[in-house]
Design a protein around this ligand. Structure first.
Ligand code: SF4
Length: 296
């Protein structure tokens, strides 16, 4: 009986085949799919090709949710550590400035809790990664050492050490109000006889205030117009600033304080008709009158 001898493919060609298939899969490929797409390879050839590509760091292997192993093209930085360190580092690197939770690292690498913590500690000691406590949570998140965390983790400009910086907010409200007030005063002085022009000239674009705050270095970090808009929203609610439909703002006219006469108790007194100086009901003996006078 004639024997058919199956010819083995050159190892370099096998690696090339596997690499091209994995490169074509943006989210990586699992072993079953790879086997189906490389049916012409003997199992040993396929396994050797995968091992060769993992060894030369051209591919990485990751565990998808559900425990399925996937091969991916290695686009990350090589840190020259253990395979566990490299796997964790690559996942953290992929998360960019959003960071990654420890549970996602465990699911992504398949490492147990002990291995995971040991490897994370080693990467932290090597100053390759750092932990961030996200605002509003006690959970730790990992990010590459040299990166600044995303605003969704830090809370943005108005948070300091995960706390809302109310002092900074009040300072910015005050600076914005002063700027708008000085513009309003200038508009009145420049157009003494034209109320319409005074009003128009007192409106400011928020970008102008943001530029002023940046120029005067009121903050150590750049203030975006989006952040300033939030500050101006508070000032609008306080009634110190008003905003019109095109987004421009202006300082509200100073509030006129009410005359004390408005609150004189006699205005609502049920016995006002019987109240006379020297009588049993009189202003001299009235507790309400005394309190009102004390408050003036
Ligand atoms: S002085 Fe007192 S009692 Fe007399 S009218 Fe005023 S509130 Fe009424």
């Amino acid at each position: 009986m004639a024997q058919i001898k199956q010819e083995l493919i050159n190892p370099g060609e096998a690696e090339q085949q596997v690499l091209q298939i994995v490169e074509a899969a943006a989210d990586g490929i699992d072993m079953d799919a790879l086997t189906a797409l490389t049916a012409a390879l003997q199992p040993i050839e396929r396994q050797n090709a995968i091992n060769g590509l993992l060894g030369s760091k051209k591919l990485t292997i990751q565990q998808a949710p559900g425990g399925v192993l996937r091969l991916k093209v290695n686009t990350g930085q090589q840190i020259g550590g253990t395979p566990e360190e490299q796997a964790i580092y690559s996942l953290i690197e992929e998360s960019k400035t959003r960071g990654i939770w420890i549970r996602e690292l465990r699911d992504g690498t398949g490492l147990n809790q002990l291995q995971l913590r040991k490897t994370l500690r080693s990467l932290e000691n090597k100053k390759l990664i750092k932990t961030i406590k996200a605002v509003g949570t006690t959970k730790k998140c990992y990010i590459l050492f040299g990166l600044e965390p995303d605003m969704s983790l830090t809370g943005g400009t108005f948070y300091s050490d995960q706390q809302l910086d109310s002092e900074l907010i009040n300072t910015l409200i005050s600076v914005s109000g002063s700027y708008a007030n000085s513009r309003r005063k200038h508009a009145i002085d420049s157009n003494p006889n034209d109320i319409q022009l005074q009003r128009e000239a007192s409106y400011i674009r928020p970008q102008e205030i943001a530029d002023f705050i940046s120029e005067k270095r009121v903050l150590n970090v750049p203030l975006s117009v989006e952040d300033l808009e939030k500050i101006l929203d508070v000032a609008v609610l306080d009634g110190t600033i008003e905003r019109r439909a095109d987004g421009k703002i202006r300082a509200c006219p100073p509030r006129v304080s009410a005359s004390p006469l408005v609150s004189v108790p006699c205005a609502v007194c049920p016995v006002v008709e019987d109240c006379r100086p020297g009588y049993s009901i009189s202003p001299e003996t009235c507790q309400y009158m005394k309190q009102w006078l004390d408050g003036l």
